[in-house]
Ligand binder design. Structure first.
Ligand code: HEC
Length: 116
């Protein structure tokens, strides 16, 4: 009697962890796909490369600037994307798209400087 119950609980746990951001089913980040997405969605406001279009508003941080913020992490960037930032509209992205675009942003992270 108790064993099937435990199994059901384990199955439920597996489902939950699969749904979480860092779960085992999280797709492998694909920066190339992230770049395609950025070129489609983010480029309207952000400089998404080191050679930005001149039309990009200067108050919007560029992707290289975002990647090189002190203490920046993929989780922190993902958090900033998930929480809509005015005037950025709430852009509906799948978890896979977020992971990919974050991976793309992080390709601009410079080699770590000699840490103090
Ligand atoms: C309509 C304009 C607009 C679009 C489109 C847009 N952003 Fe933004 N984004 C902004 C502005 C403005 C800020 C700065 C506001 C702030 O710091 O809260 C910002 C900030 C950010 C930040 C936080 C930067 C930091 O300093 O930590 C991230 C990460 C980010 N955007 C990612 C994205 C991604 C990824 C996309 C495409 C999926 C995107 N944005 C599309 C306007 C936009």
């Amino acid at each position: 009697m108790t064993i099937p119950r435990a199994m059901a609980f384990t199955a439920a746990l597996t489902l939950v962890s699969t749904a979480s951001f860092a779960g085992p089913a999280t797709p492998k980040p694909d920066p190339a796909k992230g770049r395609t997405l950025a070129e489609r969605v983010c480029v309207a406001c952000h400089a998404i490369s080191k050679t930005p279009a001149s039309t990009v508003a200067s108050e919007v941080p560029s992707f290289p600037a975002i990647a090189n913020k002190p203490g920046q992490s993929m989780e922190a960037i993902a958090g900033r994307i998930v929480i809509p930032h005015p005037p950025m509209p709430a852009i509906a992205l799948t978890r896979e798209e977020i992971v990919n675009v974050v991976a793309y942003i992080m390709t601009f992270k410079d080699a770590p400087e000699t840490n103090p």
